[in-house]
Structures are given as C-alpha cells and as structure tokens.
Design a binder for this molecule. Structure first.
Ligand code: AMP
Ligand code: GLY
Length: 427
C-alpha cells in the first residue's frame, strides 16, 4: 500500500522512514516533506500541509491507503473531517477533538470536570480582570495563552511584574496572535516526561515513555525551543507509575472525550510532570512529539503501518516493541535558534547520511546542485538505539564530535540527569 505523511520536519522524516520499513508498504509520500527526506526513499510532494483540497486530490490520485498528520495546525483546521468527508482514511483527531491541544482552557475544564490530575487554574477573558487577580498571590505562577501559540505561549512568572508583562504580551501586544483568553495556573515542580498513545474506536496502544529537553542551552537554561534532544525509555517511570498514568489520566481523558461528544482518535500526546503528589498533566497534544518521535520509533518493531492499518480497520491491533534497548537523540541547531537562527548553512551530505550506528533525521533542508542548506532553526537530529542509554548517548555524541559543522550548536547534556540519578540508585 501507499501512505501519505503530512508535514516537513524531523518528526515526519522519522515517521515516514518507519512506515516504509513495514512489509506491507510500497511507497511513502510526504507533503510537503524536505530535501533531506528525499535522499532516504521518501517521495516529497509539493503541497502545503493546510491545502486540504490539493491533499485530498493527491490521496485519491495516488491510491493512498491512509494518511497520518505530523503537525497540529492541519488538525486544528479540520484535515481529518475534510478527508473523512471524502471517504478517505486518516489517522488523527477531528477538529473538535483537537481542542484538547488547541484550547488550553478546553483541556483544563475537561480535566477538572473528570478529576484528571493537573495544576489548579483559572481562566481570564480580559486584561484588567487578569491583572487584578495578580495581587496577593504566591509566585511563581504559570500564564498560558489559551489558543495555538506555536509552543511559545507559556510564561513562568517569578513575580507580579513578570506576570503583568506576560499578560500584556498576550492581550495587548498579541505576541502569539489574537487570543480570546488566558489560563493562569498553579506552578508545579518535578521531572517531566512524555507519553504517547495510539487511539482508534475503543482500542488504545501505548508507546514507551520519553523525555524531551525543551530549553535551548545546557542545564535547562535559555529560551524554550521545539526540543533539543530526547531519550527513551525514562528510567524514573516504572511499570506501576506507567500503569497509573494509563488508568488515571489517559483512559479517563479518552472516556471524558466520549462523554463530551468528541471522541478522540489518532495520537494522544500526554505531557506529564511527576510531582510529590503523583503524576499530573502539563498539557495534551494531538500529535506525535518532536523530537520524541525520532527516538521512540526505533523502539517499535517494524510493523507500525500494520498496527495503524489494523486500528483503522477496527481489527484487533497490537504494537510490538523492541525489548531491552534504549534510544537517544540530540538536535543540531543553527546558532541563534530559537530567536533568530542563521539560515542557509551548508550541511555536509556525509553528516546527513548517518552510519551503521546512528540515523540522521533532517528538518527543513533545501537541496541545490547536490548540496544541502538549512532553512530553519533546527537542522537535524542524530539518533542511536543501543542496549543501554549511556552507550546510545556515547555513540551520538561521538558522531557529532567527528562531524563539526560551523555556525551550529547542540546541547551536551541530554539525558545527563537521568544517567546521574541512575548511577546514584545503582550504587
Ligand atoms: P506547555 O506548552 O503547556 O507544555 O508548557 C511548556 C513548558 O512550561 C512545560 O514543558 C513545562 O516545563 C512548563 N510548564 C507548563 N505548565 C507548568 C506548570 N503548571 N508548572 C510548572 N511548569 C509548567
Ligand atoms: N516535544 C514537544 C512537542 O512536540 O510539542
């Protein structure tokens, strides 16, 4: 069968490559894809991810068995509803169900109503009313733009002044586009991890746990980014904790969505914090994570396309895992990322090719006369799967060290804390 992946980043590259490994798959198309992907057997299609009419026509013309969506924007705009209205199979939530990511207040009200553990919160619709609420609070507090903000609309305000500035950024400056409201949240503490579930009409399949590193610089300093590196599985999440997340959070949320009349299908990304009171939801996303996908997919056996086909057909599905392995990856970014990344950096083909031990998943790259140039802030992710995390980490950092690329940077401390605490526990 032929499949279509929507999107153009490292996450979509990893997804397309994994689907291509399934025996039942002939061709994987990616719209719009990127030039790095085209080097690895993926067929890039020059159609933007929100041009539904052209995507639908393409899917019909190329006998696409089903489509899967990488980024959130097409989901918020109703790509699943549009494909399904044309009788095309697509794996993702409806526009209504994608509010779980698209509206923070929708997600928070749902969690409150159904007793799903998350930070306490309030909603404000007006600047003045929100500013008034800042007096006599204990800081820090967390201020979130309600609607889509390209992953940037969250501020941890350490005092009243910072909170005022964050509110003015949202309501007056419209820094994240027009926002109807804000969520002000209790500040939680603890290590974060991500958990992904594949959901379709009553069946739910879970992936191993992963940890992303969102800050730009070592020691979790600097601005929030799309993600600078990740690893899986997460040593501090044992089976009992994972089961608690499944029972008390994921399944309860899926049941709640059914009761609210917008049952959830597709990938559910639960962002969690392990607090002193147990795991709590930081956010839901309605898609795979980037960069978590790049490190999680190697831990699945090469039958992902079969699993999703079974789910979509309503047949009993499973998600076989590769046992006894750890996966680790680091993102190479252009200097200046995320605020003002340098562009048009030449990225050597020898680096993009990877090796027997690492794969290199590319973000937006452009090809000109056989040479590759960066177009965005994140350039590529180097990933390795090995018998243990320390080994996988070493292989990736060795690869990066022997391929220095000017005007780029990467974090040297991905999974450092996880390995340190493991050493303490092993002693
Ligand atoms: P979000 O976009 O909702 O995932 O938030 C981005 C980041 O802000 C998260 O990964 C957390 O590190 C942090 N964050 C969000 N909500 C809270 C909270 N209630 N308490 C502490 N940190 C938070
Ligand atoms: N890993 C963060 C995200 O995909 O939103």
């Amino acid at each position: 069968m032929n499949l279509l992946v929507i999107g153009n980043g490292g996450r979509e590259h990893a997804l397309a490559l994994k689907l291509l490994k399934s025996k039942c798959v002939q061709k994987v198309y990616c719209a719009p894809g990127n030039s790095g992907m085209a080097q690895t057997g993926i067929f890039c299609v020059d159609i933007e991810s929100t041009n539904f009419e052209a995507l639908i026509a393409f899917a019909k013309d190329h006998a696409i068995a089903w489509t899967i969506v990488g980024p959130e924007l097409p989901l918020f705009e109703g790509i699943v509803d549009a494909f399904e209205a044309e009788g095309l199979k697509i794996f993702g939530p409806s526009q209504s169900a994608s509010r779980l990511e698209g509206s923070k207040s929708f997600a928070k009200h749902l969690m409150k109503k159904y007793h799903i553990p998350t930070a306490a919160f309030e909603n404000y619709f007006e600047l003045e009313e929100a500013l008034d609420s800042l007096k006599n609070r204990e800081y820090p507090i967390v201020i979130k733009a309600d609607g889509p903000a390209a992953g940037k609309g969250v501020t941890i305000a350490g005092n009243e002044e910072e909170a005022k500035e964050a509110l003015r950024d949202i309501f007056t400056q419209e820094k994240y586009g027009h926002q109807e409201k804000v969520v002000i949240e209790e500040y939680l503490e603890g290590p974060e991890f991500s958990f992904f579930s594949l959901v379709y009409k009553g069946q739910v399949l879970h992936l191993p746990t992963a940890q992303d590193h969102k800050r730009a610089y070592e020691g979790d300093k600097g601005p929030n980014t799309g993600g600078m590196g990740a690893y899986a599985p997460v040593p501090f999440v044992d089976e009992a904790l994972k089961q608690e997340v499944i029972d008390q959070i994921v399944q309860k949320t899926l049941d709640a969505m059914v009761l609210e009349g917008c049952s959830y299908q597709g990938i559910l990304y639960t962002g969690l914090m392990l607090t002193a009171d147990g795991p709590k939801v930081i956010e839901f996303n309605c898609r795979f994570g980037d960069p978590e996908t790049q490190i999680l997919l190697p831990l699945l056996s090469d039958q992902l396309a079969e699993s999703i086909t079974q789910l979509l057909a309503g047949e009993k599905a499973s998600l076989p895992l590769v046992e006894g392995q750890a996966s680790f990856g680091v993102v190479l970014a252009a200097k200046g990322y995320p605020e003002s990344p340098l562009k048009d950096l030449e990225i050597p083909k020898s680096f993009l090719e990877g090796s027997n031990e690492v794969s290199v998943l590319s973000y937006a790259l452009r090809e000109e006369e056989g040479k590759f140039y960066s177009e965005g802030g994140r350039i590529a992710m180097v990933v390795s799967m090995q018998e243990d995390l320390a080994q996988a980490r070493q292989v990736v950092y060795d690869y990066l060290a022997i391929h220095p690329i000017s005007h780029t940077f990467y974090r040297q401390d991905i999974a450092h804390q996880a390995l340190e605490s493991k050493e303490v526990n092993d002693d």
